[in-house]
Write a protein that binds this ligand. Structure first.
Ligand code: HEM
Length: 278
């Protein structure tokens, strides 16, 4: 079962050209949804105006080499290893969801375009990876949905309550779940195939209404944040003061007055305790 390319088997009832057309349509929907989202929220306009404003309050200029190393660090930390999550459970669940989605979508496209009919034997690795991707997505996604999601873990709401903001995760979960059930029940033109296609159409067609496009915006935002740290503009935030520094104590005399000459570093207050006051 794990080694069958169900799309090739399906080519007897749905032509490969139709399946390929569907994939192209989904790519166009993602592009269109992302562009509409940017126009509606004016996020790109805000982003560039904000970057221009930050440049004006820069304390130093960032060299080309530094920009390349910042881009490399964003790629390694924020994009490839989900380094923005300091909660290890959220990070692991995001890694499973992200890589699961990428593997699942990539192998789907390779099988539909590269091995569209049973006459072209599909290497067993492709359907195997397709199942592994869908499983990774389901495991990371259900873990997030039932246990990790802030509504459940911090606000005490029941796991089955949902709202529009959950469209992305729910359509991801529905796509992977119905794809797996479709495969486990032998593939073919069945009700599970119809549900799989319905869920994936909502996932790719709902970009304008969902959080889908965060995967394009987050890397740009992380890069810009690091640039503002490197050029000293710091989004107009004060520097990270060392409270034991006599220079800092001279500038803020109430620090030694209330906390003594050697105040302890108490870290970020936001990390003092887990949110559980509901
Ligand atoms: C295939 C690619 C990706 C998938 C499937 C994915 C999936 C998800 C999901 C399901 C969530 C939870 C959304 C929710 O709150 O309902 C999420 C949140 C998040 N993702 Fe991704 N993601 C992807 C790519 C990326 C990339 C490339 C980055 C960063 C560079 C990123 C950064 C984040 C961050 C920071 C959050 C937390 C957002 C928040 O709490 O507001 N994601 N992602």
């Amino acid at each position: 079962m794990f080694t069958i390319n169900h799309f090739a088997a399906l080519s007897e009832v749905i032509s490969p050209a139709m399946m390929q057309g569907y994939v192209v349509l989904m790519v166009l929907l993602v592009m269109g949804g992302t562009i509409l989202d940017m126009m509606h929220k004016k996020s790109a306009q805000y982003f560039f105006e904000n970057a221009k404003k930050a440049k004006k309050s820069a304390k130093r200029s960032v060299s080309g080499g530094e920009k390349v190393s910042i881009a490399a660090s964003v790629l390694v930390n924020e994009v490839l290893t989900s380094g923005e999550f300091s909660n290890p459970r959220r990070r692991l669940s995001h890694l499973l969801t992200m890589y699961g989605t990428i593997i699942f979508i990539a192998t789907t496209a390779i099988m539909i375009f590269g091995y569209p009919t049973p006459e072209m034997p599909t290497p067993a690795l492709l359907p195997q990876l397709w199942h592994i991707g869908a499983l990774m997505l389901a495991v990371g996604g259900y873990w997030f949905w039932i246990f990790i999601r802030v509504d459940v873990s911090a606000e005490g709401l029941p796991w089955f309550r949902f709202e529009r903001a959950d469209l992305f995760i729910l359509s991801l979960l529905a796509t992977s779940t119905f794809a797996l059930i479709w495969s486990f029940t032998g593939g073919g033109l069945t009700v599970f195939f119809a549900l799989f296609i319905l869920a994936s159409t909502v996932l790719f067609g709902g970009v304008y209404f969902s959080k889908f496009a965060h995967m394009f915006f987050k890397p740009a935002a992380a890069h810009q944040k690091k640039i503002t740290m490197a050029d000293g503009s710091r989004e107009n935030l004060p520097p990270d003061y060392d409270l034991t520094d006599p220079e800092v104590q001279r500038k803020f005399p109430d620090i030694p007055m209330y906390m003594g000459k050697n105040p302890p570093n108490m870290g970020l207050c936001i990390k003092a305790e887990r949110p559980n006051h509901y």
